[in-house]
Design a protein around this ligand. Sequence first.
Ligand code: FES
Length: 152
Amino acid sequence: MSQVTEYSEKVMDHFMNPRNVGEIENASGVGTVGNAKCGDIMRMYLDIDDEGVIRDCKFKTFGCGAAVATSSMATELVIGKTVQEALQVTNKAVMEALDGLPKIKIHCSLLAEQAIHAALWDYAEKHGITIEGLDPPVNDIEETEEYYRMGE
Ligand code: FES
């Protein structure tokens, strides 16, 4: 991908009209991650059926425009995928789908990847299963939860 210095049309579109904003009641998995440095927080909800297919995904993001756009795109990319396939929705895949992000905004897409991983991890824990290739969430959830409440 060539060096991107400004927001693509797709980024602007997903920022202005984010898809799948909200919550899923009784979600199969919920993941919240934050970036302590910029203070942005993202929460992802997954609805996964008995076959391990993601039927729905919603998000809430307290963050910058790129964080909103990457969460929005990430939800679109994981819906309809199996849990294993969803692991391929990396921050790079999200950025590519958005036609790139400026370099200083790359970390925002990492938040989207990690929020999905955290939600998958929650799903796996609730169902007593192991998802091959999935690492435990990297962020301190307790800390982000506190921030999340403060922001309400
Ligand atoms: Fe923190 Fe974008 S500046 S996620």
